[in-house]
Design a protein around this ligand. Sequence first.
Ligand code: EPZ
Length: 419
Amino acid sequence: MQKISVKGGKALKGSVDISGSKNATLPVMTAALLGQTLSTIHNVPYLNDIKTMAEVLRTLGAQVGLDDHQLKIDPVGFNKFEAPYELVKTMRASIYSLGASLARMGEAKVSLPGGCAIGARPIDLHLKGVEQLGAKVTIEHGYVHAKATKLKGANIFLAGPHGPSLGATVNVVLAATAAEGTTVIESASIEPEVEELVNFLNVMGAQIEGVGTSRLVIPGKKTLKGVDYTVIPDRVEAGTFMVASAITNGDVLLKKVNANQLTAVTDKLRQIGVVIEETAEGLRVRGGGDYKPADVMIMPYPGFPTDMQAQIMALLAVVPGISIVTETIWENRFMHVFELNRMGADINIDRSHAVVKGAKKLTGAPVMASDLRASAALILAGLVADGETLVQRIYHLDRGYEKIETKLSALGADIQRVN
Ligand code: EPZ
């Protein structure tokens, strides 16, 4: 079993290239299935989740090649509609095959994803969306089976109890591209990853209106062609490196970032006392000031992202004073708190609130990662802790951060992967 060993105390300095966005690449890969010809996708992060999605597409009959951050997806053989449990259980985004298979074959069978460490992960909005497009949905033997003799455009309101759903929007957009007539999605997710999917489909020929807004108008039945496309930078990886610079009192230039998609994180870090400048080369993040505590409310985009909640909490754990972090998206996304407390943090959970009393210092300890972003938070805490932090279960990390230890080490961190 591999682990990450971090010895704290080094201020990070230098520049880092941010990789392509995992959560944008996954829907784009699925959308490539709907083209009539091969698509080439550039700036793809080299991650286990991307390899799993490539496996899903191959299972559906497509040919997929992944080489040096470039994906080639040939959808010509796409003629199967079942995404099996073995793949869906390792990555929930496999559920995107529901929309793609319905669009191409009028039928989809996808294993139910189930819950996970961060919460229940329901898919009721995905199902509601495709049902309103005319699919009949049954759930049997742990699988969702959706069938439609004809998909028909519809007006669909897609918000749930926690706001819009990224995944449901992806599935409904994919299915709607093949519907007869126009589909209007109200309260669609406006996360940049959905915007990226719509941009990609539009380059393919989909003519979707309302890009980046909560009202998407999808004409349906357009002929989609394979395209050459470059995915956006990963805003969560970027945010994680911003916190890495802040927590170590460092001076790091993030290159290949889209600062416009990071405004909530930038704003919160500035409020804490971190100096952030947009330069021609990228985003320069300088720590070392007199940090103040801050309250963080997790909200759908453009609010502060849930995928940065654990990382900002690692920073607040060493900022003097009391900060309150409120999680509104995933009911169980506080598993990192117990591990941070084992490193000397003083964090108490009260339902969806975490009350963080800034500790003078953290001390390194063996810790267990519970999910992808929790893993990153533990590494961030390790960067300032006294002594060695040994992060275990790093398979979570390898799903979503490309070579994080290599990138941090190049910035001066004392970090390595050990067996
Ligand atoms: C995506 O998950 C991301 N995953 C998550 O990132 C991210 O935390 C989340 O969006 C929110 O930004 C990928 O892009 C692969 P949702 P998704 O559907 O699409 C509720 C990471 O670390 N909901 O937007 O599954 C749901 O319970 C991962 O990279 C329903 O009620 O999230 C949640 O409260 C973790 N019914 C809220 O909506 C549904 O049918 C938002 O979920 C679907 C969702």
